[in-house]
Design a protein around this ligand. Structure first.
Ligand code: SAM
Ligand code: SF4
Length: 317
């Protein structure tokens, strides 16, 4: 359905857990999150009911996220239930990849269309640093498992951080030479753990074009990514500019958190609870939330952070 600003809202990001097996510095606190009481979180049944209600309103694309969605007990069953909902045409999962060797094939069989795997560095020590507890080899094994399970057109999400991984831009772009992957550079956002990051870390996606001038624009956008390609490469490069470029005008999404709050806008603290409701009531609140989706966010930058009021792992990126 269309919101009050005539935007077609057809995409919902569904966070299934706040918990994570990594602790990325720009996302969440080192100590992790206090596990909330069971009754404060959406049950799998409620999540499915919410997606069914959303589908009745014209939502056709779902992204399952978190926290780390693959640490959620029963994740494959939940993915299958969501993929089977009439009207849902595409279900994707965003993951750090660490548990993909265990789950990739089952996710494929459950009807997941595509995977986005987050990977900010190709250097084992830097990986350990940015995730605080992770091992690069686990994420790389996850990428291989996804390929072996038949997920083609994998997307690799790389948060660009000045002085941390901007020196690796050419290496990331090179991953697209032989493989049909899409490497997507995402500007660091002053949200969650990213609040208080040094100003120098917030670099624009223009840096990618400066470092790899051979990239050719495909004059095309896919969702929020502007697409580029190295001549003759199998894959492509996406630039996602949440800071240097606003995409509010064409925003087509809403979010549902693992504790059952609808967030019509990532950067607003507006939240609407769906807990304890039946499908019809959920549909009514979803309709109101879509209609009232804010027209645009306020300016955000290193000095003026997002008003989201939650860490990214508690929203679902
Ligand atoms: N755990 C999964 C993962 O890392 O892919 C899914 C959840 S994570 C919150 C989703 C995405 O949000 C990741 O690609 C992550 O890099 C991104 N993200 C988290 N905090 C961010 C920030 N402050 N700025 C930009 N992207 C961020
Ligand atoms: Fe976990 Fe993803 Fe946040 Fe990293 S970005 S801490 S993997 S939820």
């Amino acid at each position: 359905m269309r919101d009050n600003y005539n935007r077609e809202i057809n995409y919902m990001r569904v966070s299934v857990t706040e918990l994570c097996n990594l602790r990325c510095r720009y996302c969440m606190p080192e100590e992790g999150v206090a596990k909330k009481a069971h009754e404060d979180m959406m049950t799998a049944e409620e999540t499915v009911m919410a997606v069914e209600a959303a589908a009745r309103l014209g939502i056709s694309k779902i992204r399952i996220t978190g926290g780390e969605p693959l640490v959620k007990r029963g994740i494959v069953k939940l993915c299958r239930a969501i993929a089977d909902i009439p009207g849902i045409r595409e279900v994707c999962v965003t993951t750090n990849g660490v548990l993909l060797p265990r789950f990739a094939k089952d996710l494929r069989d459950a009807g997941i269309s595509r995977l986005n795997i987050s990977l900010d560095t190709l250097d084992p020590e830097k990986y350990r640093y940015i995730t605080r507890i992770g091992q690069l080899e686990d994420a790389m094994a996850g990428i291989r498992a996804a390929e072996e399970a038949g997920f083609d057109k994998l997307k690799i999400n790389t948060v660009l951080m000045g002085g941390f991984n901007d020196d690796e831009i050419p290496d990331f772009v090179s991953l697209t030479r032989e493989k049909p992957v899409e490497v997507r550079f995402i500007e660091l956002m002053p949200i969650g753990g990213g609040i208080g990051f040094d100003k120098a870390r917030f670099v624009s996606c223009d840096t990618v074009l400066d470092r790899v001038p051979e990239l050719v624009s495909l004059e095309k956008e896919e969702g929020v990514a502007r697409l580029y390609k190295l001549p003759g490469a199998a894959g492509r490069v996406g630039l996602i500019r949440p800071i240097s470029c606003e995409f509010c005008e064409s925003c087509n999404k809403i979010r549902l958190t693992a504790d059952g709050r609808l967030k019509p806008c990532l950067h607003s603290d507006q939240e609407i609870s769906l807990r304890g409701l039946d499908g019809g009531q959920m549909e009514e609140l979803l309709r109101d939330a879509i209609l009232d989706k804010p027209q645009k966010r306020e300016e955000i930058n290193a000095e003026s952070p997002s008003k989201a009021g939650r860490d990214m792992n508690q929203i679902g990126g």
